[in-house]
Design a binder for this molecule. Structure first.
Ligand code: NAD
Ligand code: ZN
Ligand code: ZN
Length: 374
């Protein structure tokens, strides 16, 4: 069949994207799903900084590629081995397909699935196949999702079924921003009631982490960003303290206010500088988590002795250390009970044709989440 899709043909591409137009809306070929795959009609797809990083070269990926990895839609058809989903079911995409059998999967860490990571790196589905073509040229899938398209073929292992009562524009946010941000707090940090948390970088991921910290019962929540308007929004979402990252005494201010630093500091900016700040505002014995994705050549620098003498911990958090089939329904249930107001992260919606303009908005920090509505 044919589908309309936002195709990235080269990378990196300079800004402003409204002029350089890195994504072209084209009608391309979509093969039928393989035995363990599904055809999904996309209902909504959010713009995440990780898509932007493929466009600007911070996260090199094979091109041509159909971007988009934070999406939700409706199943149209299922492959011959798929018996637990049917046409009409609603699904949220997860951006790391998990095979269920490799060592990380067996350990309950599907975000680290080995065949999943290999497929994502190569731009294929978990089966190793590409179902997208443009005039006989294979087109790469983005993180097994490629949600910036009317239709997508995805692995069964790339979707989680949801109840029909959640609007797809809201559902899409759970696929990346919420999974990553809330997961970083509840799975990676395991924040307990009364603890203190700092979040450095207040985009969709960081603000979802902030909402997660509120839901987890954190007592002190320090929000840090380079942009003043992000701090304002963070306050309205439950931050108890806000600090501009560019302040020369930002770390000192936070250490003073929190009597030596926070229990958990989460970096969600994708910058080594932001991680270093997060480290410096973590208390002795505390945990610093990196959830942002910095450029592959980027290095962090911290005083080595502090790790030992202050018994510090550092951890990475990919996909919020989540088990999507467990965590997406849990986070949705919290949202529906008003405990996780993730609709506050939704800044705007728009059509696929305006996706380049929307990436300018994300790049300039003028939206938290902009969602393409199909
Ligand atoms: N770990 C994962 O699984 C995962 C999943 C999705 C996204 N990401 C990554 O997380 C990061 C955030 O994604 P997003 O979509 O929320 O991005 P975003 O662009 O919406 O937000 C990033 C925020 O960080 C702020 N920032 C940048 N440099 C900073 C600094 N030095 N100090 C403080 N704040 C700073 C920006 O002002 C912005 O508000 C990106 O690097 C993205 O690639 C990781
Ligand atoms: Zn993402
Ligand atoms: Zn696996």
């Amino acid at each position: 069949m044919k589908t309309r899709a936002a195709l990235l043909r080269t990378s990196p591409v300079g800004r402003p994207y409204a002029h350089t137009r890195p994504l072209s809306i084209e009608t391309i070929e979509l093969d039928p799903p393989g035995p363990d795959e599904l055809l999904v009609k996309i209902g909504a797809a959010g713009l995440c900084h990780s898509d932007l990083s493929v466009i600007n070269g911070d996260r090199p990926r094979p091109v041509p590629m159909v971007l988009g990895h934070e999406a939700a839609g409706t199943v149209e058809a299922v492959g011959s081995n798929v018996h637990d989903l049917a046409a009409g079911d609603r699904v949220v995409m997860s951006f790391m397909p998990s095979c269920g059998h490799c060592l990380p999967c067996a350990e309950g860490r599907p975000a680290l699935c080995l065949p999943g990571a290999e497929a994502n790196g190569k731009g294929t589905l978990l089966s190793g196949e590409r179902r997208l073509h443009c005039q006989d040229v294979p087109v790469n899938h983005h993180l097994g999702v490629s949600g910036f398209a009317d239709y997508s073929v995805v692995s069964r292992q790339s979707v989680v079924k949801i109840e029909a009562d959640l609007p797809l524009v809201e559902a899409a946010l759970f696929g990346c921003a919420v999974l990553t941000g809330v997961g970083a707090i509840v799975n990676t940090c395991r924040v307990r009631p009364g603890e203190s948390v700092a979040v450095v970088g207040l985009g969709g991921v960081g603000l979802a982490a902030l909402l997660g910290a509120v839901a987890a019962g954190a007592e002190r929540i320090v929000a840090v960003d380079l942009a003043e308007d992000k701090l304002k929004l963070a306050l309205s979402l439950g931050a108890t303290d806000t600090v501009l990252a560019a302040d020369s005494d930002a770390a000192e201010k936070i250490r003073l206010a929190t009597r030596g630093g926070v229990d958990h500091a989460v970096e969600a900016a994708g910058s080594a500088k932001a991680f270093e700040l997060a480290y410096h505002i973590t208390r002795r014995g505390g945990l610093t988590v990196s959830a942002g994705l910095a450029h592959p050549s980027s290095q962090i620098s911290i005083p080595a002795v502090s790790l030992v003498a202050e018994e510090r911990s550092m951890r990475g958090s990919y996909m919020g250390s989540c088990v999507p089939a467990r965590d997406i329904p849990r986070f949705i249930a919290l949202y529906q009970r008003g405990r996780l107001p993730v609709d506050r992260l939704l800044s705007s919606t728009g059509p696929l044709e305006e996706i380049n303009e929307a990436f300018d908005l994300l790049d300039q920090g003028r939206v938290i989440r902009h969602v393409i509505e199909f």
